[in-house]
Write a protein that binds this ligand. Structure first.
Ligand SMILES: Nc1ncnc2c1ncn2[C@@H]1O[C@H](COP(=O)(O)OP(=O)(O)OP(=O)(O)O)[C@@H](O)[C@H]1O
Ligand SMILES: [Mg+2]
Length: 409
């Protein structure tokens, strides 16, 4: 095969650009690591009143239990002001001491696997996902076991939960079967260890990496060379190789996706029990969203024919909504008129606190108020907004758990 000389120049240019980009990326990653202290990213701490609120107990009760020495074994640190500065881990351990049980799903409740996807790039998938996960994990004492799978090789959601390891196992590594087991190690152990603990005690993340892009190419090749779905099960890889082995370790798994309808996305659909579709209320974005929905239906048909069991819910989530912007308000009205109750009641509002936190890869829930580049007021306002969204999401999740139904009966 001969390559046109012009194409060769283009190729050389791209290679040179890629080298520069790689160096720049390496430098930036090192910069983030140094800047973020990613090895030991610290969660915000809570005052005694905030800890008591989260635990659902009286401030005086906490004080008395402290005086009795009930929490001495936790070595809770004090801040510069001499008051206790509780970490979330401290609060969870205090809950155990106080006999406040975690509220996980029971055995008959289905693991919820929620996929967030839209073909529209930059509509707020990652920002919404990481903030919703952090709110689910940190704003109540239920201690949900939350897994995040970053199915976007760009690795945006992985950046919010930096790995302690230099070269962590990625979701693509597991799906592409390119890891060898150590002697005596089981696949389940390997997958479980690949879901890394994060600075938020009950969130674990399975990160992505740039090599995960190869999954697309390899799947296409595999398809060409093999006959019949049973030989490849290329749409079942995430479900069967990654999620099923560790399903008992989680209550909720959230999957971030690339703005693409690629093989990875088919895998996400096959593994999903629910779907969240972010809609940025700008005219071009809403139009793009409507075109996407047509394609989504066609794609879902393929997945359903291969055995998918249907969603517990599919919701639209208005994201990055600028309150008071008339044209955005009109579009939200159109979205609600078109999709009715399938639109989440609250949008995620545009917030300078989210912009500021995201720029240092923090969610607004692990952002220390004192470190925030946005005002305390805007941080609290945005936290309240996301909590409203999460309350509804939690209701949707729990209403599909048999234990919730039976307690209602
Ligand atoms: N509620 C919000 N308030 C302020 N900024 C926001 C909000 N939601 C999203 N953004 C900003 O919009 C930009 C795009 O968001 P994000 O990365 O979450 O989109 P995405 O859909 O994941 O993009 P991609 O398609 O590239 O994965 C980011 O700069 C993010 O900080
Ligand atoms: Mg993203």
């Amino acid at each position: 095969m001969s390559i046109n000389s012009n194409a060769l120049s283009t190729y050389k240019l791209l290679k040179a650009t890629a080298e520069v980009a790689e160096k720049s990326l390496e430098g930036r990653i090192q910069h983030y690591r140094a800047h973020l202290k990613s090895e030991d990213k610290e969660l915000r701490t809570y005052t005694q009143k905030a800890a008591a609120d989260l635990l659902g107990v009286n401030n005086r009760t906490l004080k008395r239990r402290h005086d009795q020495g009930d929490f001495d074994h936790l070595s809770i640190q004090k801040g510069a002001n001499g008051h206790y500065a509780y970490t979330l881990s401290n609060i969870f351990a205090m809950a155990d001491t106080l006999g406040i049980h975690s509220d996980h799903r029971s055995e008959q409740d289905k693991l919820q696997v929620i996929v967030i996807n839209s073909l529209k790039g930059g509509c707020g998938k990652t920002t919404s996902l990481v903030n919703l996960a952090a709110a689910l994990a940190t704003t109540n004492i239920k201690r949900y076991r939350i897994g995040i799978i970053d199915l976007d090789p760009q690795g945006s959601s992985s950046s919010f939960f930096p790995s302690r390891e230099h070269d962590p196992i990625t979701v693509g590594d597991l799906m592409r079967d390119c890891i060898e087991l150590d002697e005596g190690e089981t696949w389940t152990q390997l997958v479980s260890d690949s879901f890394q603990t994060t600075h938020i005690p009950n969130i674990r993340i399975l990160p992505s990496g740039m090599d995960d892009f190869y999954f697309e190419h390899e799947t296409a090749t595999e398809l060409k060379e093999s006959s019949g779905y049973d030989n490849t099960r290329h749409y079942h890889k995430l479900k069967e190789r990654v999620i099923e082995p560790v399903q008992d370790e989680f209550d909720i798994i959230l999957i971030d996706t690339a703005p693409s309808l690629n093989f990875m996305f088919y895998n996400a659909l096959m593994a999903s029990t629910a779907m969240l579709i972010p809609v940025h209320p700008e005219a071009v974005d809403f139009d793009a969203n409507n075109k996407y929905l047509k394609r989504l239906g066609e794609i879902y048909h393929t997945v359903a024919a291969l055995g998918h069991e249907g969603w517990d819910f599919m919701q639209f989530l208005v994201t990055n909504y600028v309150k008071g912007n008339h044209s955005q308000r009109d579009i939200v009205k159109d979205v609600r008129t078109a999709f009715g109750r399938q639109v989440m009641s609250y949008p995620i509002n545009h917030s300078s606190a989210i912009t500021a936190s995201s720029s240092s890869f923090n969610t607004i829930f692990d952002q220390k108020t004192s470190d925030s580049l946005a005002s305390r007021e805007s941080l609290l306002k945005s936290q309240e907004n996301i909590k409203d969204v999460v309350d509804e999401l939690e209701m949707l999740i729990r209403s599909n758990w048999a234990s919730t139904q039976s307690s209602l009966d």
